[in-house]
Design a binder for this molecule. Structure first.
Ligand SMILES: NC(=O)c1ccc[n+]([C@@H]2O[C@H](COP(=O)([O-])OP(=O)(O)OC[C@H]3O[C@@H](n4cnc5c(N)ncnc54)[C@H](OP(=O)(O)O)[C@@H]3O)[C@@H](O)[C@H]2O)c1
Length: 258
């Protein structure tokens, strides 16, 4: 390799990659989209809040394509996928990140909240895999690097009072990733489940249960949480490894969260 090629590989390791990031309108998704673009990828930004997506796309320029997608709506995912194929071509990197965390003490019977979490965190995630799997398999068959990164949570393993349904959706997503890898790994598509502890984003802003909010506020004061940029760095590093290297499961915790 020439010196220039070595420099490009070091600073722009994702040159030529076509990425999809769901939940790109805030938090981990927005930070990840920003970093993937900075490292050379073209990135489709998916979420429902178009004003946020447009703002990020304006910042990233030609590298970004904002696409309004509600992962809980099959028709919306189908339309978004068609637009991405038309504008960017074959996708080889999917960061399946859209999610919602609602406090739902089980005896409160917040069935609407259960459904929203299941539809977004689990069914929505499956829908996104379904939409882009043909592209990932084709990219891998062509000898290119292909990645599916599912953003799960430490909630897949730990127990949190009032979050039984959220934890169940993340446990299901992690176990789905583990099993899917047995099908996709032999076909050279990497599957990675990332399982963070507390990350300072808007996620906790949707909580509307006074007791739960008080606990979260105490944790916020007690120790330094991870940042969205910490997670973006981890994801960008993971997908830039040589294609024979796969991290199936990564747990990322604030040092003081036990
Ligand atoms: N923050 C944490 O402590 C933490 C810890 C572990 C795991 N996680 C996981 O990390 C992921 C990202 O969360 P975050 O912390 O970055 O929170 P966030 O800032 O609230 O971001 C959530 C993203 O998901 C999108 N989203 C929600 N429902 C959607 C839907 N139906 N269709 C499309 N997009 C949807 C939101 O966009 P729109 O509202 O614009 O659609 C937003 O961009 C989630 O899966 C979360 O469970 C977070």
């Amino acid at each position: 390799m020439t010196v220039t090629a070595v420099q490009t590989a070091a600073t722009l390791p994702l040159t030529g990659r076509i990425a999809v990031v769901t939940g790109a309108s805030s938090g981990i998704g927005a930070a990840t989209a920003r970093l993937l673009a900075a490292r050379g990828a073209r990135v489709a930004l998916l979420a429902r809040r178009v004003d946020r997506l447009d703002g990020l796309a304006a910042e990233l320029g030609e590298a970004a394509l904002p696409v309004r997608v509600d992962v809980a709506d099959p028709a919306s995912v189908q339309e978004g996928t068609a637009l991405i194929t038309e504008r960017l071509g074959r996708v080889d990197l999917v960061v399946n990140n859209a999610g919602v965390m609602l406090a739902a003490p089980f005896a409160d019977r917040r069935t609407g909240d259960w459904q929203r979490m299941i539809d977004t965190n689990l069914t929505g995630a499956l829908r996104v895999v379904d939409a882009f799997l043909p592209d990932l398999l084709a990219a891998a068959a062509d000898g290119r690097t292909a990645d599916l990164v599912n953003i799960s949570s430490i909630a897949a393993h730990a127990v949190f009072p009032s979050f039984a349904v959220y934890c169940a959706t993340k446990a299901a997503l992690s176990h789905f990733s583990r099993n899917l890898r047995t099908e996709l790994g032999p076909r050279k598509v990497r599957v990675t489940s990332i399982e963070p502890g507390l990350v300072a984003t808007e996620l906790q802003g949707h909580l509307d249960h006074p007791d739960v909010n008080a606990v979260i506020d105490d944790w916020r004061k007690a120790f330094d949480w991870l940042s969205d940029a910490d997670l973006a760095e981890l994801i960008a590093f993971t997908v830039a490894r040589p294609r024979h290297v796969n991290f199936p499961q990564i747990v990322a915790m604030p040092t003081e969260q036990v």
